[in-house]
Design a protein around this ligand. Structure first.
Ligand SMILES: Nc1ncnc2c1ncn2[C@@H]1O[C@H](COP(=O)(O)OP(=O)(O)OP(=O)(O)O)[C@@H](O)[C@H]1O
Ligand SMILES: [Mg+2]
Length: 651
């Protein structure tokens, strides 16, 4: 393989295992070069006329990999995510883990002859919401397929590997590298000062104390300890003077991200020549991605002028792409971003700043985990360009205790633990192919492997209660799935709600617009503080009542069975969906519903995904099939069309 560099020892070791046909789990720091190992496996398989699946946890990452690999392998590469299908029969397939798992659940034989399945960022096994998808995908991967699992932060790699060995009955080697190619230097901003070590943080930041909050909720300390503010401008001047730009500034929350970027842009980081170049690049990219009339792009231009940009999920995907490309071109000096930028996308900087160690998790503020810190901090230090990477953590002693800071920064990342949580759709598919023997499959999960007998029983009980509920609602019988069950089994997410709505005949009589409005209400999760919908389009009023009734019935059954409740619908975006489907310009939608561009695109794309799934089902009436088709054509246009977007970004 034509790499411009010699392999590092851990890469060479992994490659030797690949040559021997062994499965491999690689645990090596961010930016160490795990991709080169994946590429080796891919090249080798291709040379031998075999196929490979590469899965990634986020679409930005699968898209980036598709573009990289496309540049190298051209037609031999395809991509299958929920909203993009390009060259689906290619020997190298990039997939989201969800789509790969779904194909396995449908007993798709396509992958049985694969040489390798690559799981990038495999610590996603431990993701509260999505981890179950990785676990199911691994358990269902055919035994003949070799596994290549990659992660930067997996402290219990041996345990996970032992499980993989058992599930797949084949040898697996753990390759562990702890050395970072570019070392990290961690400093703190506290009490308005830049402190270079934990000791300095304790003595000058925490004034010798460990905690400023007493654990017994006594607030007395607060009253007499003076906490001086950490000024952003001071920090950025420090970075500039120390020659530590460009920096990636991580903050939590979109408003905070934008506000910080504006604050930073009060300084112009660019020479006239740099400014001319950067704006030229920005304008050309905006034109290429047809962002001429996007308001956020205009607002961003004022910051870019000074060498600053921001990046978060509320932006149009194409605008995020523009920012990423500018950043890669090294002209941007500071980019303020949310956490997702930290994941796997190869976009390092000289310095990383963490706005805070506290973030909102499941409705309350908590200190980030060592794994999250490692992922973000790991972006500091560009290989071949920087002698070290610099990490600055802004610490407010009133929010976080000193021992916690030390734990986050120097502690071992948390072990990967099972988050198994099989959905109704998964159970329906398993039941369809295995009947009651599906419990044997549970015995092969990481959950079973890691749990006590008591917790295993609990997990089995939960699965059994879900199956009983499905039986009582006529999705399955002793002998297999009912037509209703087959319908729901083809939908991954919202399967019960749509199953019931379909069975009640409600879907059959909808117009394309109303179907899209309904699906959008199912997928949409309003952000905190979002007001309820103001004026709903006419037919929607009725629809909301029928939908509510159906979901309440499901929730009652779930409550009785001690199962978590199905998600309620949220109709906030209905006016925007309706307007969009009638052909209005995207720019006008935000005012109709108060949602960000990125939020709208994401919700609409999820609707497209559901419509795509519906279109593959056999049990649809011709009328409903037509409606699904029309709805998809009307919603999947312009910025919502993910395939078109990906094509635009192919160079
Ligand atoms: N042996 C090597 N010598 C020099 N540079 C290398 C070597 N291996 C990889 N690189 C470069 O290091 C950079 C980071 O590599 P890569 O994206 O594979 O990191 P990673 O291990 O996947 O990190 P992450 O955990 O963030 O996904 C790339 O630019 C790559 O070209
Ligand atoms: Mg990687």
């Amino acid at each position: 393989m034509s790499h411009p560099f010699p392999y590092d020892p851990f890469q060479a070791e992994a490659i030797a295992c690949i040559d021997q046909g062994l499965s491999v789990l690689v645990a090596a720091p961010t930016g160490a070069g795990k991709t080169a190992i994946a590429e080796y496996a891919i090249e080798r398989a291709i040379a031998a006329g075999q196929s490979v699946v590469y899965t990634a946890p986020i679409k930005a990452l699968s898209n980036q990999k598709y573009r990289d690999f496309y540049a190298r392998y051209g037609d031999r590469i395809g991509i299958l995510t929920g909203d993009v299908t390009l060259n689906a029969t290619a020997p190298i397939l990039i997939m989201t883990t969800e789509i790969y798992r779904n194909s396995l659940l449908e007993a798709d034989r396509r992958f049985a002859s694969c040489a390798w399945i690559i799981f990038d960022e495999v610590h996603y096994l431990d993701d509260r919401e999505r981890g179950t998808v990785w676990e199911e995908a691994i358990v269902l991967t055919p035994p003949a397929v070799k596994l290549l699992a990659l992660s930067a932060t997996i402290s219990n790699a041996e345990q996970v590997a032992a499980w993989l060995r058992e599930v797949h009955g084949r040898q697996i080697r753990v390759i562990r590298e702890s050395h970072r190619p570019v070392p990290l230097k961690v400093a703190f901003q506290c009490q308005g000062q830049i402190l270079q070590s934990p000791e300095a943080l304790k003595s000058q930041g925490y004034l010798g104390r460990e905690l400023w909050r007493s654990p017994d909720r006594h607030r007395r300390h607060r009253q007499w300890l003076e906490n001086r503010p950490n000024r952003v401008d001071r920090l950025i001047h420090h970075l500039r003077e120390a020659g530590r730009l460009p920096c990636l500034y991580f903050a939590f929350g979109r408003r905070r991200v934008e506000g910080l970027a504006e604050e930073l842009a009060a300084v112009n980081f660019l020479t006239d020549e740099e400014q001319r170049q950067l704006l030229g690049r920005f304008d050309a990219l905006c034109e290429r991605f047809r962002l001429g009339s996007d308001r956020t792009a205009w607002a961003l231009r004022d910051l870019v002028k000074h060498g600053v940009a921001y990046h978060h999920a509320g932006m149009l995907p194409t605008l995020k792409e523009v920012v990423e490309q500018l950043f890669t071109s090294r002209l941007i000096k500071a980019i303020v971003t949310t956490e997702t930028f930290a994941l796997g996308v190869n976009m390092p900087a000289r310095s990383v700043v963490l706005d805070t160690l506290r973030k909102r998790m499941e409705g309350r503020f908590a200190t980030i985990r060592a794994r999250e810190f490692t992922q973000m901090a790991g972006r500091a230090g560009r290989r071949g360009m920087d002698e070290a990477g610099f990490v600055y953590i802004r610490v407010n002693p009133l929010e976080v205790g000193f021992p916690e800071v030390v734990q986050v920064v120097h502690g071992k990342p948390e072990p990967v633990i099972s988050r198994l949580n099989t959905t109704y759709a998964t159970l329906l598919n398993l039941y369809r192919h295995h009947g009651q023997r599906l419990f044997d499959i549970y015995n092969r999960t990481l959950h079973w492997y890691q749990s006590s007998t008591y917790h295993r029983k609990q997990a089995q009980g939960l699965m059994q209660r879900k199956l009983d509920l499905l039986r009582s609602m006529a999705y399955l019988t002793e002998t297999g799935l009912t037509p209703k069950g087959v319908f729901a089994a083809g939908l991954y997410g919202y399967e019960l709600t749509l199953g019931e709505l379909h069975a009640a005949g409600i879907l059959n009589h909808l117009h394309a617009e109303d179907l899209a409005i309904l699906l959008c209400a199912l997928v949409y999760e309003p952000r905190r503080g979002m007001p309820p919908p103001k004026k709903l389009p006419r037919a929607v009023g009725q629809l909301t009542h029928r939908c509510d009734a159906v979901i309440r019935a499901i929730q009652r059954a779930e409550f009785k069975a001690s199962l978590p409740p199905t998600k309620p619908p949220h109709f906030q975006l209905a006016p925007a969906v309706e307007a969009w489907m009638r052909g209005v310009a995207f720019e006008t939608l935000g005012d109709l519903c108060g949602a960000d561009d990125g939020e709208l695109v994401r919700a609409f794309r999820m609707v497209v995904q559901l419509l795509r799934q519906l279109a593959t089902l056999n049990g649809l009436s011709p009328a409903l099939r037509g409606t699904v088709h029309r709805a998809r054509a009307a919603i999947n246009r312009d910025v919502v069309d993910a395939e078109q977007e990906l094509r635009l970004t192919l160079t």
